[in-house]
Write a protein that binds this ligand. Structure first.
Ligand code: GDP
Length: 359
């Protein structure tokens, strides 16, 4: 599936670059263009992809400091500049636009939903947001920002693929240490998904088509992505269980929104050497996904890859009613409430007779 990526904010820019690099290194050619937009000049200077600084008049290249309302305003005011910059990059080949952002910060949190609205006004192709949710241990401002951003982004985007920052980092790493690992994991999984929808010459008909990715995302709302790989036997007949176990791991342990399994739609892609892919394994895995997700719309296909492993990649559409999202929204609401409560008067702490004021 040919896409143009627009990273907004720091996380958005870094993940966009990781995705563009992965796509280039693998030779997939799904990423047609990549642009990073930010209000913070230093964050853009750290990137190797094309960049656009916005909000110079307002914040002088210093960023919005976690103020996502300002992030949204700046994006609205400078939408024309962003559109102009994108103009030559969004060609007739593009089948989708993907805005990438961390939802807990300021520029991406406010800018992503605003940009989704502006792009949807102009382009007929779907506008998706690839959004990063703050991990549980990130501060309450991140949770509150992400809650408001998520609510708005779901309204404005055709679908929002969510990555929980707690999902894909090694257990011994803090979220910050894990950013590179997480970004690499996002690049690989989303990169494979986009590439899976590409036409590949000379292979079996059971390959995935970009329309299947688009149809899986069609219910809108929130989507998630899961992945797992296993060592494969040489003979496809010996890989029935390998395919089902990769699929189980992808859905039960490898998704970008842990424990979000109920879904409206699903797409199961089995990636690997076509000679090792067992049709029986694929059929079993697919019906297991139907049972587990409760979805009556499970699509599937192969993705030929030159590797000795077999991987299962799952895209779930319409997961917003999951426990994981409820839990996050509770966190965000609580943080938002706290942020808006009047702070206690510090003098009240000294309101007693035992200590006399100095004067
Ligand atoms: P912005 O520049 O104002 O949009 O703010 P950030 O992009 O730094 O957004 C902050 C949120 O993104 C927080 O929840 C961070 O944990 C997360 N974040 C920042 N950098 C990265 C990154 O490189 N990778 C990932 N996965 N998350 C990040």
């Amino acid at each position: 599936m040919k896409v143009v990526l627009i990273g907004v904010g720091q996380a958005g820019g870094k993940i966009t670059q990781a995705l563009a690099e992965y796509d280039y290194e693998m030779g997939f050619d799904a990423v047609q263009g990549a642009l990073a937009v930010n209000t913070a000049e230093a964050d853009l200077q750290a990137l190797d992809i094309d960049t656009l600084l916005i909000g110079r008049d307002r914040v002088k290249g210093h960023g919005v400091g976690g103020d996502n309302e300002l992030g949204a305003q700046i994006m609205e005011e400078e939408a024309t500049e962003v559109m102009n910059e994108l103009d030559g990059r969004i060609t007739s080949k593009a089948e989708g636009l993907v805005i990438v952002a961390g939802l807990g910060g300021g520029t991406g949190s406010g800018g992503a939903p605003m940009l989704a609205r502006e792009l949807n006004r102009i382009y007929d192709i779907p506008v998706y947001v690839l959004g990063v949710l703050p991990g549980r241990n990130e501060g309450s401002i991140y949770q509150a920002n992400a809650g408001r951003s998520l609510k708005t982004v779901v309204r404005e985007a055709d679908s929002t693929i969510l990555i929980d920052n707690d999902a894909w980092h090694a257990t011994d790493e803090s979220v910050e240490e894990g950013f590179d690992t997480i970004n690499q994991n996002i690049a690989q999984r989303v990169g494979l998904l986009l590439a899976a929808g590409e036409v590949i010459d000379g292979v079996a008909e059971s390959v995935v088509d970009s329309s299947e990715v688009i149809n899986t995302l069609r219910p809108g709302g929130i989507a998630s992505i899961g992945y797992a790989s296993v060592a494969a036997a040489e003979d496809s007949a010996d890989n029935v269980n390998n395919i089902t176990s990769a699929t189980r791991n992808a859905l039960l342990a490898g998704t970008s929104l842990p424990n979000a399994v109920d879904a409206d739609t699903a797409l199961l892609v089995i990636a690997g050497d076509p000679d090792r892919i067992s049709r029986k394994g694929v059929e079993r895995a697919r019906s297991w996904v139907e049972d587990e997700t409760g979805s009556l719309e499970v699509r599937g296909g192969d993705f030929p890859l030159d590797t000795e492993r077999l991987a299962a990649l799952i895209l779930l559409g319409g997961v917003e009613r999951s426990h994981r999202i409820d839990e996050f929204l509770d966190r965000a609401r609580e943080a938002h409430k706290q942020a808006n409560e009047p702070s206690p008067n510090p003098n009240e702490a000294f309101d007693n007779e035992e200590l006399d004021d100095l004067f």
